[in-house]
Design a binder for this molecule. Structure first.
Ligand code: GTR
Length: 408
């Protein structure tokens, strides 16, 4: 290479970096720099007609909002139905007789990278089917308890989601690794079942052009250009949660009409979207879900639409990217996602030090969703802020259990 060429390349490098990043503004943590904004009113139709009766909400406004979130944020979940068949993998008594522990495989026709494996703990002391907490997990079912009998996940595991301890495949190193976030025995003793699925079983969490997970099984045949409203990974994970619920409907140990859906972080975004799209979920808990979850996009505080779309281009639909740095053009904001779950109970949990997820933006979203809950005669929307970091703690579980006891 000639010196002149080398110098030219050197000169271009920062420019290339600059172009790639020009999409994102610097991360803002300063309230004084939050832009002024107006939120779209959940109780006013797109054409300006106010929603005057709960029936109008149900028949017109709710479907309209769902469609707007499909078209502009998460993408449309394909209507196509695929065959899902269940098979038991193992069953045994756990926690000294307190629980029955079972694993099942849900095989999805047309999905070639393995089944969706369900791990279910149900309390034996409860008479009849028990209410349950259903939550996706980040590192494989074997990561939620140090129990050697739980099958080790064989799916792709990202080092990001795997907390850097594993690269691509699970090993024994992650057995029980996330048990601090999953106080299973305590939940069982309180009378609830625990149901979980590794989210990568539904769709591995990386940008592969939607070739793996459930996408090929459900996407229109023939491939071709992806449409701006086609679903991404959050849509797929939410679809998987609904399939887990289908299974529970048939299960004698779990009461599918009392399932509390819980999710942390990206899985909190997923829980909100699944709760909005599938009204069978009795209650929804979002923990530190942030941007694309419970936090208002228009505040541009912490993680922004531009940044999330750049780092995780496979999470949302492509059209969401057209709102990078143009949040005020979005026809919806995240308070309306919370409103879509009303009148069912919703608990939004934030952590003071988790500024990336904008705790105040989550509180303001809950506040702006509250009129819909009141309109539908529900007092079941709670926002909770605790000290500390981005995590699921024992104290969080105290709040989840109290909320479920009261509301479900
Ligand atoms: C972060 C991402 C957040 C949140 C989090 C997680 O990197 O920016 O939106 O989803 O990951 O899920 O752990």
């Amino acid at each position: 290479m000639t010196i002149a060429r080398y110098l030219l390349l050197l000169a271009l490098c920062p420019l290339v970096g600059g172009i790639a990043r020009a999409q994102d503004h610097p991360v803002n943590y300063d309230e004084a720099k939050v832009p002024a904004f107006d939120l779209p009113d959940p109780l006013v139709m797109e054409d300006g007609t106010p929603v005057e009766t709960p029936e109008q909400w149900r028949k017109h406004r709710r479907p309209e909002l769902l469609r707007l979130f499909e078209e502009h944020v998460y993408g449309r979940t394909p209507k196509r139905s695929v065959e899902v068949s269940a098979r038991m993998i193992n069953e045994c008594i756990a926690f000294g007789g307190l629980a029955l522990r079972r694993e099942f495989d849900l095989s999805v026709a047309g999905k070639s990278d393995g089944p969706i494996r369900l791990l279910i703990y149900s309390p034996r002391a409860v008479e009849g089917p028990a209410p349950a907490f259903l939550a996706l997990n980040f590192m494989g079912n074997h990561s939620i308890q140090p129990d050697p009998e739980i099958t080790l996940s064989t799916q792709w595991i990202g080092s990001r989601a795997g907390h850097g301890i594993e690269k691509n495949r699970a090993t024994e190193a992650s057995r029980g690794r996330l048990s601090a976030r999953w106080p299973v025995e305590r939940i069982l003793a309180r009378g609830y079942a625990v149901v979980t699925v590794y989210y990568g079983d539904i769709d591995p969490d990386f940008d592969d052009g939607f070739a793996n997970g459930v996408h090929p099984a459900l996407d229109p045949e023939g491939g071709g250009e992806r449409k701006p409203n086609e679903w991404g990974s959050i849509g797929a994970w939410a679809w998987g949660l609904s399939r887990a619920l289908d299974f529970l409907v048939e299960d004698e140990w779990v009461d599918a009409s009392r399932v509390a859906l819980l999710g942390h972080s990206r899985l909190g975004k997923t829980a909100l979207w699944a709760g909005a799209t599938d009204e069978r979920f009795a209650l929804v808990i979002s923990n530190n879900s942030g941007c694309g979850g419970a936090a208002l996009s228009r505040r541009c505080f912490g993680e922004t639409v531009a940044r999330i779309n750049r780092v995780f281009p496979h999470w949302f639909c492509e059209r969401f990217r057209s709102y990078n740095n143009q949040e005020s053009r979005l026809p919806v904001d995240q308070h309306q996602l919370i409103a879509l779950i009303a009148p069912r109970p919703v608990l939004i949990c934030s952590a003071e030090e988790d500024r990336w997820a904008d705790p105040l933006g989550e509180l303001l979203a809950a506040r702006a969703a509250a009129p819909v809950f009141r309109f539908l005669d529900s007092a079941s929307l709670v926002h909770r802020l605790r000290p500390g970091k981005h995590d699921v703690t024992d104290e969080d579980w105290t709040a989840y259990l109290e909320f479920a006891d009261r509301e479900m």
